[in-house]
Structures are given as C-alpha cells and as structure tokens.
Design a protein around this ligand. Sequence first.
Ligand SMILES: Cc1cc2nc3c(=O)[nH]c(=O)nc-3n(C[C@H](O)[C@H](O)[C@H](O)COP(=O)(O)O)c2cc1C
Length: 340
Amino acid sequence: MQFAHLHFDHIPVVLAPMEDVTDLAFRLICKRHGADIVYTEFVSSEALIRDIRGAINKMRILDEERPIGIQIYGNKVESMVQAARIVEQAEPDLLDINYGCPSKHVAGSGAGSGLLKTPELMEAITRGVIDAVNLPVTAKTRLGWCDGQINIVEIARMLERCGIQVLTIHGRTRSQKFKGQANWELIGTAKQAVQIPIIGNGDVVSPENARTLLDVAGVDGVMIGRGAYGRPWIFKQTKHFLQHGEILPDPELAERVEVLFEHLALSIQFKGERRSALEMGKHYGNYLKGVRNVKHLKAALRSLSSYDEIHSTITRFIRQFGIEEIEAPPTLPEPLLQGV
Ligand SMILES: Cc1cc2nc3c(=O)[nH]c(=O)nc-3n(C[C@H](O)[C@H](O)[C@H](O)COP(=O)(O)O)c2cc1C
C-alpha cells in the first residue's frame, strides 16, 4: 500500500488528528502501540505566521513518531501558503490540510469544513499549498456541509486534480458534527470516484469496525480517533485482526495502568508537571474505564500535580484489586522539549 512516498505492507491504521488530545505524548503512546501514521492536532495558519508560541509548539515532533503529518487550517490562500512553508521547516513526513473542522469558530469563519461550501477557495488553497512546499500534501474532510449538500465526490475529484496525495474522509456532514452514525457507504462512493488512496474515518472503535469499514467502503486505510482514548493498543489489535482475523485480548488492569504511567511520564517530560497534571485529567478515566470506584480516584487526582503523588495515589487505588507491582518509571527521566 503506497501512501504518498510511504510504503506499507498492510492496511495502515492511522491516529486521527484531535485538538488538545494528539499532543506529543499521546502520539508517542499510540505509535508505540501500533499506529502506522500519526497526525498533530490542527494548527492555525494565522497563528503560525504570527509566530505564536502555542502554535509553533504544536509542530514539535520527534523522529520516534514518524511517519507524522502536521495539519494546518485557515481560510486565506496567502496565509495557508506561508504557514505551509513554516510547516516544511519542521520536517514532517506529510502536510495535511484540515477541510473538516465543524466548530463555529473555524467553519463559521470559512475555514475547516466551511470550505466545503466554497470549493473554488478550497481549490485555490490546495493548489497554493501544494505549489509552496516539497512535502507530500494530504487533506482531511467530511461528506459535505449538510444532508442536502453532500458533495464529497466532486470535492475528492477536485482535490485529486490539485495533487492531494492521500484523502481522509470522515463519514459525517458538517451539520452532524459528531452526532449520528458515520456513513461508510458514502465514503465508498467517493473512493470509487478517484485513484488516490482514501483513508476512511468515523466511529471505528474496535478491530471489527475497521474490518466492516474496509468491506463497506473499500478504502485503503483506517483512521481512529476517539476509539484510541485510553486504549492505544487498539492500533495493534486492529492490525492483528485485519491480518490474522484474531482478536487480541485487551490488556489486564496492571498493564493499562503501566501505559497510563508511561503516558503521564511522557507528558511531564514535554510539558512539565503542573500543565500535565491538568491535561492528563481527561485521560485517567479512559485508561481506567469500567474499574470500580474510579470516580473517587479521579476526584482525588484532580488536586495533585506531582508525578510522585499521582503515581502513589493510583498505585494505592489499584491495590484493592490485588495489584502490588506496577512496572512504571518510579522517577521521571530528564525533561525533553520543555514548553511543548
Ligand atoms: C476532541 C477532538 C478533537 C478533534 N480535533 C481535530 C483536528 O484538530 N483536526 C481534524 O482534522 N479533526 C479533528 N477531530 C476529528 C477527528 O479527527 C475524527 O475525524 C473524528 O473524531 C471522527 O473519528 P472517530 O469516530 O474515530 O473519533 C477532532 C475530534 C475530536 C473528538
């Protein structure tokens, strides 16, 4: 399977870009558990060209994550062209353009999925970005603006003509946001209309879902977003199922907690203890889903900010389930890329 210059000997399973989720630590964890390609969260082209630190930091990547795509969004050709040149200096493997974000702030200003309503501007941005860089350019979009305006076939054909090398399609319209069921059949209709590789996305939360999406839509790759929350091993499980038809069991609680600690340690390495403690709050519950009394643990963790305190609180909590030993970094390694 050829994705731009990247070759895979199996159907690639890709980590979706997700704002405030797919930071460096989460991407590394997913990579270590089998993700074939990872994407940064979207980065504002306007913020990049104004050299805003938060935006620049979102582009910091490590070799261990490769292949990685940096995703940008915007509603002006010139800003997107300039931003693409800035992205090129960060040396990702792919540059991805966001034509899918449904939020009022982004789509409402004519960027993200807002561009589905102005295909001429989408085309001008796409051509501008592709001409500006030597990187392979990919795009991610939705089926259309709303049920009455589904234009994914025209959009996919236009993006292919422009030179987009891989297209990811989230099987929802902008109006649906994240509600309802992703329509995999319509992803398949678009796949039939073009030659470039298509990655199918939306509602894949199990290896079996990935198989069905591939069967229904005939796509070349599968992208997983929310299904990887607290379950980064879903990438390995999915690839194993697609290749061998066998479901690998979910890890036991002790292993899940090990991965949680690894994720926390990475997050602290990149962002420092205080910020990580705040940001990791959303991940604890996902790693410990279904565990008795986890509500109390989450409440207790909310007031903690040091790795040692968090480590010992979680270690104490899981003793009630007979788990005494956790293989986890007892102390933190040296900080890396502080301030990301
Ligand atoms: C919290 C969150 C943030 C997201 N941020 C982005 C983003 O920055 N760029 C993007 O292209 N899509 C973004 N998405 C959409 C996902 O990439 C994906 O298309 C969507 O969640 C459907 O896939 P899933 O059902 O596997 O989660 C985001 C989704 C979520 C839930």
